[in-house]
Design a protein around this ligand. Structure first.
Ligand code: AMP
Length: 425
């Protein structure tokens, strides 16, 4: 056997059955809560033309410049594994002319993204995002509503998180701000990291995102965008804040929170968690009214976010994880061949009635079967021996307190129904 075939690629991983229940729980909560807010799921391909991301995310970003998985297919066309899904969702919205029929399109997605990142806790090369995009409205209330939905979703999972917001201005006021940033940065080039020296020329806004320690004093002394917002952007931001307050969502304004791309306008936000460590961002989002046009469509205002599912699962509280687990309701233990056949037929009929049943095929001792029932955390065990089979009465064992009683098959169904109504497994 070739050893490397037995190991997954760096930055990827297997999500094993014991963990998957948490993923189902989180995805189920997102689907249920997003639907209440009128969002519908969209599934776009994992592979798209490289140009879609180059334009849709921006050539100057780390994602496009350094992290994309780019391939050429047999015809020589350049395609990439999606590093994020907003560009794909907007592409799909335009391709299917959704702007013609829907006033406001509310779309969400769940799925894997791919970025060639340096391996680090909380950073994967294949990671998963849940994201939502509201396309077709400039209203500040839609921003507050989307953020409120996200906070509600996190609360429902008992995740404590902190909302950071800012306004990045628009095409009218941001250019002057960028100009003044550029000027200040050109005077401090010697104090900046190599990437920021380049960004000072190509895209000064991205300097604000830099995490390199030596750049921080320079960044702290830079002018703040809040002092450069035009009246419209300033009023828009005031409204977003007031809608958030009305919704009872608390936030912190962080002046250096920007999305350094031309088509990101006005509100930018991030949700962070102190429990995540260095990679503390759980959600990133903002308004991107210029994106549809950059991709060649009409002007369509948009607002959305992407949440890192891997990171959310990392900090999901144990009590919440436990709610996602679905151990078998009944384990059928048998002794002898006739009892084995009874277990098979009984299991079949109970499964058709909607109950989850397990049994072993190895025909081990009663002790080893009970050990397996314990390991699976089965709610109850039905013991079928030759005598029980002959009498049509079986031994039922409740696993939480090890109490036993004799039951008929009708009693068994009633027992399982009662436990389900009582919320027991
Ligand atoms: P972004 O698309 O970069 O704005 O990221 C949105 C969210 O996705 C982040 O806040 C993270 O929670 C998550 N995320 C981004 N990159 C990674 C990664 N390499 N590994 C795990 N999660 C990630």
């Amino acid at each position: 056997m070739v050893e490397t075939l037995l190991t997954n690629l760096p930055g990827t991983r297997d999500i094993l059955p014991e963990e998957i229940s948490s993923w189902h729980l989180v995805e189920g909560a997102a689907r249920s809560i997003f639907a209440r807010y009128g969002f519908e799921e969209i599934r776009t391909p994992l592979l798209e033309a490289t140009e879609l991301f180059a334009r849709g995310i921006g050539g100057e970003t780390d994602i496009v410049g350094k992290q994309m998985y780019v391939f050429q297919d047999q015809s020589g066309k350049s395609m990439s594994l999606r590093p994020e899904a907003t560009a794909s969702v907007v592409r799909s919205y335009l391709q299917h002319s959704m702007y013609r029929c829907a006033g406001l399109a509310k779309l969400y997605y769940v799925g894997p993204m791919f970025r060639h990142e340096k391996k680090q806790k909380g950073r994967w090369r294949q990671f998963y995002q849940i994201g939502a995009e509201a396309l077709g409205s400039e209203h500040p209330a839609i921003e507050a509503e989307v953020i409120e939905m996200m906070m509600f979703f996190l609360e429902s999972l008992e995740i404590r998180a902190h909302l950071l917001v800012n306004s990045v201005g628009d095409g009218k006021c941001r250019p002057q701000y960028i100009e003044s940033l550029g000027q200040k940065l050109r005077g401090r080039l010697a104090d900046l990291c190599e990437d920021c020296r380049r960004r000072a020329e190509t895209n000064p806004l991205r300097v604000l995102d830099c995490k390199v320690e030596t750049c921080q004093p320079v960044i702290d002394a830079l002018p703040k965008i809040a002092d450069h917002l035009c009246t419209e952007c300033s009023q828009h931001f005031e409204q977003v804040k007031s809608y958030l307050q009305e919704a009872g969502v608390s936030y912190e304004i962080v002046p250096r929170l920007v999305r350094g791309l031309d088509y990101y306008v006005r509100t930018a936000f991030e949700i962070v968690s102190g429990e995540l460590g260095a990679q503390n961002a759980l959600v990133g989002g903002g308004r991107y009214d210029g994106l549809a046009e950059v991709l060649g469509g009409p002007r369509v205002p948009g607002f959305g976010f992407a949440m890192g599912l891997d990171r959310l699962i990392m900090i999901l509280p144990e009590e919440v994880r436990a709610k996602g687990k679905r151990p078998p309701e009944l384990f059928l233990a048998y002794l002898g061949d006739a009892a084995f056949r009874k277990a098979l037929s009984l299991g079949r009929s109970l499964r058709h009635k909607g109950f989850s049943c397990h049994f072993e095929f190895t025909g081990g001792s009663l002790k080893s079967q009970l050990r397996e029932a314990n390991r699976l955390r089965a709610g109850s065990v039905l013991i079928i021996g030759e005598q029980e089979l002959a009498r049509g009465r079986y031994i039922l064992k409740r696993m939480e307190d090890s109490t036993q009683s004799e039951v008929s098959l009708e009693d068994l169904v009633q027992h399982l129904q009662k436990r389900r109504c009582a919320g027991l497994k």
